[in-house]
Write a protein that binds this ligand. Structure first.
Ligand SMILES: Cc1ncc(COP(=O)(O)O)c(C=O)c1O
Length: 366
């Protein structure tokens, strides 16, 4: 609290990001859903060909190179794409562009009770009333809970985080159909890892109230570059541009534009890395189940797993951390018995499993 801060800054509870260890400290980092593989070699090449003198000039405001590459990758027109400084920035603009202020009593944005913890933070920060919708058994999101409920908008991460569960596309379509006057935002940060799920981008053109948000931080291994984008009807994209141009007209720098466009155009590398991660995830899910863990079926690059009795999630988190293995623990109601474990390389995951096995033995013997 400070007298120098305004009321809002004094009252908000900011988002807490996963721990980032200091550069050079060797840890097995399975706590922030980064990709364990390097970005496409095309990014290195793009960097080598980059003309440093060009940094003298402001970048293209629309990040046109990314817009065009994303349009090719997603099978839409460039006018259907909005590019931002990480999908977190795109999400912040979604909140500011489409949803009503909190003085409108009936009109809350509906978010799943357990989801990306930035959603309630944006709601507070931008004074949008937020209603948390409870999940069903096994952390399922039920489309029926978003139908016939007054709202000014709907925000759903699919696959959801941190639960890793995937909602079928038919359910998203039901929500879109039932809420034609509200913008429905589907955050597909992890869509590349959901094998049987066709992206909601396939519904763009059919529903004017749909905005899909994607990131280059996960499947493209570019968390450090900060690039995300939204895909939607031209009218929705124009709204985001208006908000952006009232805040920061140049959110994506020149270097990021060149590197991200190269990554988007290398489809075979994208396919190769996402498939490697899916294969490792399946293997580790089976190994953890054999050790007595329970977890929902994951469509993401992480598992949301509950350790077997008598091992407690918090204890396992702390003990792994002491051994240089970072996973994410949320000390919160409903999810405090679970750990979110990002999928690393096969070697990293083998070391993780070896340490987990030791912890299970120690817990049983103590
Ligand atoms: C569901 C979800 N959406 C968005 C993001 C933010 O991604 P970005 O790195 O593009 O800001 C994350 C990051 O973990 C996430 O889990």
């Amino acid at each position: 609290m400070s007298n120098y801060w305004n009321k809002k800054i004094n009252s908000i509870e900011p988002y807490v990001a996963g721990e980032q260890p200091a550069e050079g400290v060797r840890v097995i980092k399975l706590n922030t859903n980064e990709n364990p593989y390097p970005p496409s070699p095309a990014c290195q090449k793009a960097l080598e060909g980059f003309d440093i003198a060009s940094l003298r000039l402001y970048p293209n405001t629309d990040a046109m190179a990314i817009k065009e590459a994303a349009a090719r990758a997603e099978g839409v027109a460039p006018e259907n794409i909005f590019v931002g400084n990480g999908s977190d920035e795109v999400l912040a603009l979604v909140w500011q562009t489409y949803w009503e202020k909190e003085y409108d009593q009936d009109k809350a944005v509906l978010v799943p009770e357990i989801s990306y913890s930035f959603y309630p933070v944006y709601s507070d920060f931008y004074s949008v009333r937020c209603r948390k919708v409870p999940l069903r058994d096994g952390f399922a999101i039920d489309a029926a809970d978003y139908i016939g409920v007054p709202n000014c908008g709907i925000a759903i991460a699919n696959p959801n985080a941190p639960t890793s569960r995937v909602m079928p596309l038919e359910d998203i379509e039901k929500i879109l159909k039932a809420n034609p006057d509200s913008v429905v935002m589907i955050d597909e940060a992890y869509q590349a890892f959901a094998e049987d799920y066709v992206s909601a981008v396939s519904l763009i053109g059919k529903y004017k109230n749909l905005i899909v948000v994607k990131t280059m931080s996960k499947a493209y291994s570019l968390a450090g570059l900060r690039v995300g984008y939204a895909i939607g009807d031209k009218e929705l994209i124009e709204g985001l541009l208006r908000a952006r141009d009232s805040f920061n007209s140049y959110p994506v720098d020149r270097l990021a534009q060149v590197i991200a466009a190269a990554a988007l155009d290398d489809r075979s590398y994208y396919e190769e890395t996402r498939k490697k991660i899916i294969a490792t995830r399946k293997r580790i899910a089976e190994e953890l189940k054999t050790l007595g863990f329970t977890m929902p079926e994951s469509g993401a690059n992480f598992l949301f797993a509950k350790p077997p009795v008598p091992l407690k999630a918090e204890t396992l988190y702390k003990n792994l951390k002491a051994k240089g293995i970072l996973v994410r623990y949320f000390n919160k109601p409903l999810i405090g018995d679970y750990l979110r474990i990002t999928i690393g390389t096969d070697d990293e995951m083998d070391e993780f499993i070896r340490n987990v096995r030791e912890e299970i033995d120690n817990a049983k013997n103590s």
